[in-house]
Design a protein around this ligand. Sequence first.
Ligand SMILES: *[C@@H]1O[C@H](CO)[C@@H](O)[C@H](O)[C@H]1NC(C)=O
Ligand SMILES: *[C@@H]1O[C@H](CO)[C@@H](O)[C@H](O)[C@H]1NC(C)=O
Ligand SMILES: CC(=O)N[C@H]1CO[C@H](CO)[C@@H](O)[C@@H]1O
Length: 465
Amino acid sequence: MFSASTVGVAATLFAYVSKAQPFNCQIEVPPNPLTAQGLATPYKMSGCNQLDFANQGSFVEAAILNPATGAISIYSPLVINNGMQVGNGFIAPVVPTLPANAVVGIWFGSNAQTVTLTGSTTGCVNGLGGSIFGQFAYCNAPTFFTAAQTAISAGLLKVPPVGTSTKANRQACPSTRDFRVVDMDQSDNVDTTYLLINGKLLAQNTATNAASSKNATVLSNGSDNALINSFISPAMGCTPYTAPSITTPTGTSGGLALNELQANQSPPVPPALVPMNDDFTVIAGNNGAVTQSLAKTNLYRAGVGQPQAATAADASGTTYCQQYAASALFIAQNQALFTGTTSPAPAVANNLFTFLANRFATSFGPVPSLGCSTIFNVNITSLVQQTMNGNCVVVAAKINTAPFQQILNGQIKPGGAGAVSSATSKTHAANVASAAVVATGTGTGAGRHHHWLGLKNRNVWARAS
Ligand SMILES: *[C@@H]1O[C@H](CO)[C@@H](O)[C@H](O)[C@H]1NC(C)=O
Ligand SMILES: *[C@@H]1O[C@H](CO)[C@@H](O)[C@H](O)[C@H]1NC(C)=O
Ligand SMILES: CC(=O)N[C@H]1CO[C@H](CO)[C@@H](O)[C@@H]1O
């Protein structure tokens, strides 16, 4: 039933996604990146323009642990375009004071398609061999998480529990490993913000820079972490875990490391851990084939403090997709609360509910998302019906919860009605063909494209990233 033209439609969609972010950045890690001087040395960007932040910008976030006290602080190193000078392109970064024997971990995110680290990359991980993660990288992160666990075990570092919602029927508060709030690539975001002053001067978003710069834009990447910390948690009456930071105007910041440590301390049951169908952990071959990789998945997990999967079954995308169905139920259950909450991205959706519905439908959908709808052979367009206005902003959404409940219960099994042969999403070819089931059925092609367009900032929100 997959005619050439059907496949063509799906292939076009995929190409469209790829074209949305054609930028491939190289970021030069400065010498001694884990020292105070290294943290305060700008990372130099090549191949991308940091001033075009929404499309090509990248962000760096460090967590600093004092092993003697267990105290953690967050510091965001600055990223500049290669060739920029102090005062002509950027404001010199503030130099942090590091405790003795500080253990520093560094994480990268990007609005561009890919980031490749150059320079002093010892201890940095960009991917598995030649297969980079894409929009994510880290330096010294496993060492950081090990030291943090030691500090927790010693009673020095006290990570607050996620807590209980005060506004949403006392549901558990969300964390980055919670199936209710993950997206197509969980655990890939930082909370970094920068300033762009007068449209041409890059600076850290310190209290001093923020106060003295009247004509500055905050370059925020609206990450998944920020989505939880700044939108979902407040809406539910939950308090995000933050730490002191001299690179935020308020003096405190969330952080990838904080989110993962907290999720590790108060694990949801079951916890969402990076699976093998995450588009950051698959390996793309020259011929367009995509192979799942336990090694690459584990390499990613190590960078976000997650347990290693012993076998492919332990990181199964099918299992992950089944459990991810819980997200649809959560979003629907809290429809009224989230409808009354500001949208994190007004250009994508008009409130938090429509935003989350759109983000879930995208993430549950065909590869290069998680491919869950393909695995369970359900029509995601039909199960999450979205209404867009003339500007392609999602203004209404209707979630049919029963099928998601059945997926969660195991009543709808992988393969669903059996019409789709590729349940495991091993190759592009298989997924493109399967994706056609949904793609061709989409009511308006234009709407569908705009929907995918939301993936442009997927590092940012649908993240995707
Ligand atoms: C303020 O910033 C904008 C860019 O965001 C720039 O075009 C404009 O010239 C700036 N105004 C002043 C007074 O510098
Ligand atoms: C999927 O659902 C949409 C929306 O209800 C519908 O228009 C389309 O025909 C369906 N596709 C298939 C293949 O059934
Ligand atoms: C640069 C960039 O992508 N900024 C986005 C960060 O997130 C907000 C949503 O809160 C968007 O409006 C920005 O465009």
